[in-house]
Design a protein. Structure first.
Length: 131
């Protein structure tokens, strides 16, 4: 199991479990934790701010997703430490994962359940819509 700590895990769980947008995720987090009572007990020298923006939420989502993917594959996520931005740092890993997931790379790529596929008759011939 991959574990993230602090703001990144909370942001990811809000997106994953509650299907909320990055903006709403940041708003929910900030409303709950960015208040005077909480900030009053945080040491002044604390290196991390207790506030998220949408960029933080998306970074948490992508990092967590890549870490989980690599854990499932039994590989190690490697990124460039000297990249000019977080987006540039994650881009090669995200592209590699996307290429691997095309077509049969997805776990249930060829399933045909009644919820996402249906059969109908047209002029007496059994048909399935193609998307």
């Amino acid at each position: 199991m991959v574990r993230l700590v602090g703001n990144t895990l909370i942001a990811f769980r809000l997106i994953q479990d509650h299907r909320t947008s990055a903006t709403n995720c940041a708003r929910i987090f900030n409303t709950g934790l960015s208040n005077q009572r909480v900030n009053a007990v945080v040491p002044a020298a604390f290196p991390t701010r207790l506030e998220l923006d949408t960029k933080d939420v998306w970074n948490a989502f992508f990092i967590h997703s890549l870490l989980r993917d690599h854990a499932e594959q039994g590989t190690i996520l490697e990124v460039q430490h000297n990249a000019s931005s977080q987006a540039d740092r994650l881009k090669p890993a995200l592209q590699a994962r996307n290429l691997r997931m095309v077509g049969p790379g997805q776990e249930h790529w060829n399933h045909a359940c009644d919820m996402c596929c249906w059969v109908f008759k047209e002029d007496g011939v059994q048909c399935r819509p193609r998307f």
